[in-house]
Design a protein around this ligand. Structure first.
Ligand code: COA
Length: 549
């Protein structure tokens, strides 16, 4: 964000002028209680999945890891962070619903180390030796992207068996981007640090290789392009781990280690010291407004959004529980009323807010949004998008009225906007509304989603209808069957139930195919695991002619 005293002061003054929002939420009503119950149930489901991510590879691997005298990934993070500092975990449920462990064998997040906000990327060695699968790769790259966009120093907590071998073909080529991004960050003046707690071999060796600062733990760090068996195959040389890539060797001989740590706690202490010596200063203006609490209780956020995403709600009720002092200066209040826009502040930072009110975006909303985004850019004011949209309006009169062009104006404005964007999906984010409201493809600095929020090309009922109209390849009859069954079972919304049943059936067919021992992916996976088993040797690798990395 550019720092220009005049416009910042104007933005701050405007946000301070906001009128405190009044709330008409009836916390004693049956509707409020039902919404709250539904949200709490969703949060419980969410917590169950978070527990799975926290469990990593499970008790057996965790105990084995501890028996080796090592700390778990989350314990390393906890010790690295300032006492009682917050840790905003990122992508905690990556790989959910896939054959890989929830969390994708990696913990990433923003945490405060020596009073500096940093991105932390920690391998979880209890999950397949910390090997990176396609989801770990995407999670790592997203964390590095967040570091670049928000100018946050990066600390890698390294202990990984490199690429997940059964899926190496999916990660080898895109995986190079991790090393590319570490170098790029460094070139942009964003420091990168590697604390090496264990294995970091083959491609993984380039993580400490690319980082500005490296700390290696004695008798644990192993950083080499090829381990002893590979070296034996390639050159006939007999080498041991320590000579090839141990901490002492790298600190005294190769020079790859900048700091030698006697144990893990020492490495964490050195990591904190490195950050404290960066003399790091955040860019951008500090908070310029009072960061007072909202006038309405944020706990009541639980009772605002109905469980059914098709039921609209007033986003002002959400804003009243999020904005400083609940102050909000609404812009074009009586025009394009399906979109609420206005000026406010969060934690003392002025923001412009765009929030969907009744789902559909019409031409008026699109033009209002485009103007508002330009105004925010004029005064360098960050934007907060609160999504709850079913997309742009369809129909002859709207097409003739130019809805495509008007929607494009809004999407153009989002694309061209250079102020920081933060997006929250509160309920629905369907169709091109997702683009206009700064969905993932439009690069928000951070994107959050409430449990139960939905993201799709359209809602389930519309999908059911459209699929049955254009239905080919048996989808139409299958849908009609599902709808009939749902209606017979007394379902109040047979359209929705029909499409849900169809999607469930298709997912089950896919899962059955994935579990089949004849599935080519599983056969490959079994072969690689056999080759990795201790004492088995690596017969396949012997036939690999090129052993350089
Ligand atoms: N890909 C997929 N699975 C891997 C893996 C990898 N790169 N590395 C380890 N695993 C699996 C093992 O097969 C084992 O699975 P299992 O428990 O179901 O049998 C599990 O992870 C734990 O491995 P294990 O060897 O028992 O753990 P460890 O802590 O003693 O050793 C490593 C961890 C990473 C040092 C060791 O497994 C290793 O050297 N792996 C191969 C590393 C490699 O060659 N990588 C190439 C990278 S490009």
């Amino acid at each position: 964000m550019r720092v220009t005293g005049g416009v910042q002061t104007a933005a701050a003054a405007r946000a301070a002028e906001g009128t405190p929002l009044r709330s008409s939420l009836d916390t004693g009503s049956a509707e409020y209680r039902a919404n709250r119950e539904a949200q709490l149930a969703l949060l419980r489901q969410h917590d169950e999945q978070l527990d799975l991510a926290r469990a990593g590879g499970g008790p057996r691997y965790a105990e084995r890891h501890r028996a080796r005298g090592r700390l778990l990934a989350r314990e390393r993070i906890e010790l690295l962070l300032d006492r009682d500092a917050h840790f905003l975990e990122l992508s905690p449920l990556a790989a959910w619903g896939t054959e890989f462990t929830v969390g994708a064998s990696l913990v990433t997040g923003i945490g405060v180390v020596s009073r500096v906000e940093c991105i932390l990327i920690a391998h979880d060695p209890t999950v397949r030796g910390g090997a990176a699968n396609p989801y770990s790769l995407r999670k790592s790259l997203r964390a590095l992207e967040i570091a670049r966009r928000n100018r946050l120093p990066v600390i890698n907590l390294v202990e990984s068996g490199g690429a997940d071998l059964p899926t190496q073909s999916e990660i080898f080529v895109p995986g190079g981007k991790i090393f590319h991004d570490l170098t790029e960050l460094s070139g942009l003046g964003i420091p990168t640090i590697a604390l090496v707690f264990g294995n970091s071999t083959a491609g993984g060796a380039y993580v400490p290789g690319m980082c500005d600062y490296t700390v290696f733990v004695d008798r644990q760090a192993k950083v080499f392009l090829g381990g002893p068996p590979l070296v034996k195959m390639a050159t006939g040389e007999d080498a041991d781990d320590e000579e090839l890539g141990g901490a002492r060797m790298h600190a005294q001989v190769s020079g790859l280690a900048d700091y030698f740590a006697t144990d893990e706690r020492d490495a964490i202490r050195l990591g904190r010291r490195i950050v404290s010596e960066l003399n790091w200063r955040k860019l951008g203006p500090p908070p310029s407004l009072p960061a007072d609490e909202p006038a309405h209780d944020p706990e009541e956020l639980l009772g605002i959004a109905p469980a059914d995403v098709r039921v609209p709600f007033d986003p002002r009720e959400v804003l009243a529980r999020v904005l400083d002092g609940s102050r909000f200066g609404e812009y074009k209040e009586s025009y394009g009323t399906s979109l609420v826009t206005g000026w406010a502040s969060v934690h003392g930072y002025p923001v412009g807010v765009l929030a969907n009110a009744r789902g559909v975006l019409f031409s008026e909303e699109s033009k209002k949004a485009a103007e508002f985004i330009l105004l925010a850019n004029q005064t360098d004011t960050p934007l907060l998008f609160l999504q709850n949209t079913t997309g742009y309006m369809v129909g002859t009169s709207y097409e003739q009225g130019g809805i495509v062009k008007d929607g494009a104006k809004m999407i153009n404005a989002v694309t061209g906007s250079t102020v920081p964007h933060i997006t929250l999906n509160m309920a629905a984010s369907f169709g091109a509304g997702n683009y206009g409201m700064c969905g993932r493809a439009y690069d928000p600095r951070l994107l959050f989603a409430w449990p139960g929020s939905k993201l799709a090309v359209m809602g389930a009922t519309q999908l059911a209808g459209v699929m049955s109209i254009v239905g080919r390849a048996g989808v139409g009859p299958a849908l009609r069957r599902g709808r009939r069954r749902a209606a017979a079972a007394g379902d109040r919304d047979p359209d929705r139930a029909g499409v849900a049943r169809l999607l469930r059936d298709r997912a089950a067919v896919r899962r059955r195919a994935d579990r089949s021992p004849r599935h080519p992916h599983r056969a490959r996976h079994r072969a690689v695991r056999r080759a990795l088993r201790p004492g088995r040797g690596t017969p396949r690798l012997r036939r690999v002619p090129d052993v350089t990395a």
